[in-house]
Design a protein around this ligand. Sequence first.
Ligand SMILES: Cc1cc2nc3c(=O)[nH]c(=O)nc-3n(C[C@H](O)[C@H](O)[C@H](O)COP(=O)(O)OP(=O)(O)OC[C@H]3O[C@@H](n4cnc5c(N)ncnc54)[C@H](O)[C@@H]3O)c2cc1C
Length: 292
Amino acid sequence: MNRLPAFTISQPQSVAEASEMLASLGDSGRLYAGGTELLATMKEGALLYDTLVDVKTVPGLADIRVQDGELWIGAAVTHFSIETSPIVRELLPVLSYVESRVANTRVRATGTLVGNLCFAEPHSDPATMLLCLDARVVAQSTRGERQLTIDEFFVGAYETALEEDEVVTSVVVPLPPANWRMAYKKFQIIERPTLGLGVVLELNDGGDSVATARAAVGCVSESPLRSSAAEAQLAGPLESLLERLDAAGDSLADEADLLDDREGSAEYKRHLIKVFLKRAVQQALQSDGPSR
Ligand SMILES: Cc1cc2nc3c(=O)[nH]c(=O)nc-3n(C[C@H](O)[C@H](O)[C@H](O)COP(=O)(O)OP(=O)(O)OC[C@H]3O[C@@H](n4cnc5c(N)ncnc54)[C@H](O)[C@@H]3O)c2cc1C
């Protein structure tokens, strides 16, 4: 059995201090939150760091709050805390649901949403739904703060747009108006999701037509993605929506540039996307408000 190599833990008391530590440590140091990815990877010997900088000791990063119509989730907030947060359950139940489906109880209790995003493992549930919800990632260093869309944040598999000394402090999610309907569906064969699929539908005033739609698929490419063609096909009268779903599913699958791998063939994944898009749309429309 592999042994975890020895390392030092540094405990910064501010984001600026954490950023300075990262800058001076360079390749020998790394930020650490729940450690569910990092420690496992170090144990396997795939990554080695002399020093881990514990983001959980920085005050102010463990909160979930609402500000100017947006949900702010701090970098030290675990999946479980998001899943069970009364604020999230009331204002953004779809995110509470997504979090309830991540991994297992042990990982959810320790692992953070921000750690999930920063590791950029392609099989991420929250990344897909956050893309669909137009969420942003807030990154801070001694040079200042910047916000990145989910699309900008993910550069590829296991790769983000973060600079070496940047600390993600929060994820920001705009809260949905009452006429939005949303759902997330996942399908899993092995340990991580095989497919994640999110939809957000904005209904018109009469409630009989989709004014605008968003659809995102994850886990089938290096990073989650949306398809403007699929979103255009989903918009339109509800009475003919079912007839448009097949084409929208194909558009989403085309955008994903599917590959054969251990999760299944490209053809199988195309089939899954079409089945789960239909299920997500049906579930979104069954609710009477922004739902899971
Ligand atoms: C058995 C297992 C099953 C899983 N199943 C699923 C699943 O079904 N769905 C799913 O979506 N995910 C799944 N995951 C992934 C899980 O969600 C992540 O392991 C967890 O969220 C990582 O969070 P962490 O706090 O432990 O991150 P850590 O392991 O502490 O860190 C991960 C990475 O993020 C970086 N980092 C952490 N915090 C910051 C920060 N504030 N700023 C910049 N960089 C930072 C670290 O440097 C490191 O590179 C699974 C994981 C395991 C181990």
